[in-house]
Design a protein around this ligand. Sequence first.
Ligand SMILES: Cc1cc2nc3c(=O)[nH]c(=O)nc-3n(C[C@H](O)[C@H](O)[C@H](O)COP(=O)(O)OP(=O)(O)OC[C@H]3O[C@@H](n4cnc5c(N)ncnc54)[C@H](O)[C@@H]3O)c2cc1C
Length: 452
Amino acid sequence: MNRKARIAVIGAGNVGIAVAYYLVTQHQATQVVLIDPRDPMSLTSAQSGENYRNWWPHPVMTAFTDHSISLMEAIDTASNGRLNMTRGGYALVTRRERPEDLLRDLDQGYSRSGAPIRLHERGATTYRPPVRTPWQDAPGGVDVLLDRDLIRATFPSYAHDAATVIHVRRAGSISAQPLGQYMLEDLRAAGARLVRAEVKGITGQAPFDLELAGPEGTSHLTADCIVNAAGPYLQNIGAMLGEDLPVHNVYQQKIAFEDREQAIPRDMPFSIDLDGQRLAWSEDEARWLASDAQTARFLQPMQGSIHCRPDGPPQGQWVKLGWAYNQQPGDPHQEDPLDPHFPDIVVRGASRLHPRLAAYLGRLPRGVRHYGGYYTMTRENWPLIGPMRTPGTFIAGALSGFGSMAACATGALCAAWVFGEPVPEYANALTLQRYENQALQAELARLGGGCL
Ligand SMILES: Cc1cc2nc3c(=O)[nH]c(=O)nc-3n(C[C@H](O)[C@H](O)[C@H](O)COP(=O)(O)OP(=O)(O)OC[C@H]3O[C@@H](n4cnc5c(N)ncnc54)[C@H](O)[C@@H]3O)c2cc1C
């Protein structure tokens, strides 16, 4: 069977869906086809922690996520709250007094947006504690708590050595699956089609011939334009077009479990322990870990950035923990490398800031959910959104650990690139063209990559 599509979007994760959504709703595109062999939103998009924030050390990423959050707010409002947006903020915690480097990063990251940064010194009284819902009531900007008494009073469950809390206010959680569903409903209503098939090959120039493998065998589809939104498989689609895309995949994990000990207060914001640490082990444990190269690394100093947050409604009991300490690129064509040690490691690490979590050491409740997925990323951990080298082809991907929060802006930008419409100034730095910009490359090299 031969089919025709003006625009073929490859991948129905939250990114491909958002691209199709903005193609149809903003640009009235017709004959849009979303192609995926899997259920929509079922690969990486199903593994997301569903957190969002506008906190980055560079104003380009701040502008990008601010744009995306505004688009999510518009959809949340239009859909009567289907995104379940909360805005408790991100609380970034360190044991360092007045960490000047982090304060400089804040100034730099928010320099173009003008978001206020409020420092709360000893005896401060103007700080407003977290407001989860309604998100419209939460303040913007950033509060920096430099007073230990204020930190203890506001976040009583934290370990008492917390010396600084950077409370990013335009941050919280969303429900990413309803966001995808909402967009799919509009797409279907506008006549866009979802084709259940894997793209196996692409030949020709615009119009392209796409070879599809679906449940009914091989078929072909002709498209004037292609959007590569294949998540961890961006490279495969790139290779079909003769392009080598500068992306790699790193597997990251999370756990979620029922917090029967009530170790984590339900009103605690998404909290990140920024400080690196060396995990505490008994002598026997240390000997056992040292006997295997895979586990010996847990005896070494570990990086910071452990996440913890209550999950679900205020009256619920679940919590989520994550720690993106893996740095080794992996192969998404292989079986998922879920590490059986991860649950214990993340609980150990997280109990440094949340001491009551230590109750779960060696005795996590049955029913603990341990899951993971690939962060598809560039070396500088910025996404790729815009034209590929082959005329008529575009990329929307490399969204690492921020693709749920950034899907809307990614969709809006990519759709604008497809139609040759203007994009906001920041968006030029998110295209493949940035590798030609030596000054930007030097700046990004200074910032380093890394992911939360
Ligand atoms: C553990 C974890 C926690 C995360 N937490 C957060 C978070 O808190 N906040 C946040 O914003 N982001 C988070 N993320 C990141 C976010 O989940 C991803 O960035 C986002 O889901 C990527 O979406 P995607 O559409 O690009 O990819 P995917 O969801 O992987 O979708 C890609 C789709 O392309 C399809 N495809 C691939 N090849 C082909 C082909 N040849 N033909 C047809 N279809 C094809 C696949 O089947 C797949 O459905 C997290 C990610 C992980 C792994």
